[in-house]
Design a protein around this ligand. Structure first.
Ligand SMILES: [Zn+2]
Ligand SMILES: [Zn+2]
Length: 124
């Protein structure tokens, strides 16, 4: 394995083992512990490659920094904690959500984002 591959591997490992989406900054902080000397530019390059190859997904949430998550291939939504700015994955979906559209409209996709406080922040 060459140097670049090892660095990309560290990024991949961090993302694949995370239960929630992470920002490039968070990924960098975690990956640095596995691979010392890892630069943030390398993290961005690795993320670009991973999203291009559909191994990772860019999660864009209004009012939040871009997050990345491992592609697990199941439909889900997100929760943004407005106190700590962390993003969480939510299980499942609301089934009648497409019924919101008028009868003859064709819904192709949807996004649902919940905003509030996570468990840790809600207890403060
Ligand atoms: Zn929080
Ligand atoms: Zn849904």
């Amino acid at each position: 394995m060459n140097y670049t591959t090892k660095q990309r591997d560290a990024v991949e490992q961090v993302l694949a083992s995370s239960a929630r989406p992470l920002t490039a900054q968070e990924i960098w902080e975690l990956a640095r512990k596995k691979k010392s000397g890892l630069g943030i530019a390398t993290v961005y390059r690795a993320l670009k490659t991973l999203t291009k190859g559909s191994k990772a997904v860019l999660v864009e949430i209004p009012g939040s920094a871009p997050h990345y998550e491992w592609q697990r291939g199941r439909h889900h939504h997100h929760f943004l904690c407005e106190s700590c700015q962390r993003v969480f994955e939510l299980e499942g979906c609301v089934h009648q959500v497409v019924d919101l559209a008028p009868k003859k409209f064709k819904v192709k996709r949807h996004e649902i984002i919940l905003y509030g406080s996570c468990e840790g922040c809600a207890q403060k």
